[in-house]
Design a protein around this ligand. Sequence first.
Ligand code: FES
Length: 130
Amino acid sequence: MAESIYRELILEHNKNPQNRGTLDPADYSYQDTNPLCGDEVRIDVRVADDKISEIAFSGRGCAISQASASILTEMVKGQPLDEVKALSKEDLLDELGIPLSPARLKCALLSLKVLKAGIYGVNAAEDVWQ
Ligand code: FES
């Protein structure tokens, strides 16, 4: 896919985010901040039959962070928890599809860090930003 199509994908998800909101109650909720800018992402998850049955994200941030959270929630909705645990940063970056500077990588990966820390604990999320 051409890079411009990926850019459009990011702009579209930023404009019309999927799964934006909160879940109350949720089985897992976690929020974290991109230390470079102070922007925050929160993700709430409900689990049924060891799969993510519902997921919602909230928070504020740049277009890449918000689009990435929207895309990530679409990727993992309905997926078994062990597959979500195995999801790598490359998997998410492949979906985003555009080259990113190191600072923008943190924007793109904040949602994955929040998702993994929320479900599996902060240690399981440590590799996301390394
Ligand atoms: Fe803050 Fe991207 S500039 S998350």
